[in-house]
Design a protein around this ligand. Structure first.
Ligand code: FES
Length: 110
């Protein structure tokens, strides 16, 4: 069982999770209540974390992460709701402020 270390709100939380766990799902059932999250679907960025260690064992960022985080995916930022945990990982949600990209509306002209 992988160990998750989460830094959030000045606290360090360590927890064993099942293989292939999704941390937002665990947070939703109060098994990791410290985790910050919102939609759970890759749309709001409230679950954004920085991977401190163990990132090499994660799948590469998916299209939702690339769309919502832009260049930050190259700096270790990930959407926690999009991660499947298979090995030990250490992540931080300290001092993270990532806003979703603004929606653009196409102008309709005649
Ligand atoms: S919880 Fe909304 S993007 Fe992850």
């Amino acid at each position: 069982m992988p160990k998750v270390t989460l830094h959030v709100d000045g606290k360090k939380v360590e927890q064993q999770v099942k293989d292939n766990a999704n941390l937002v799902v665990l947070a939703g059932i109060r098994q990791l209540p410290e985790l910050k999250y919102g939609c759970g679907m890759g749309r709001c960025t409230k679950c954004t974390c920085v991977v401190i260690s163990g990132g090499e064992d994660l799948a590469p960022p998916n299209w939702k992460e690339e769309k919502m985080l832009g260049d930050k995916v190259n700096e270790g930022y990930r959407l926690t709701c999009q991660l499947t945990i298979q090995k030990d990982i250490e992540i931080s949600q300290e001092n993270i402020s990532v806003k979703p990209p603004k929606k653009t509306t196409a102008a309709i002209t005649k």
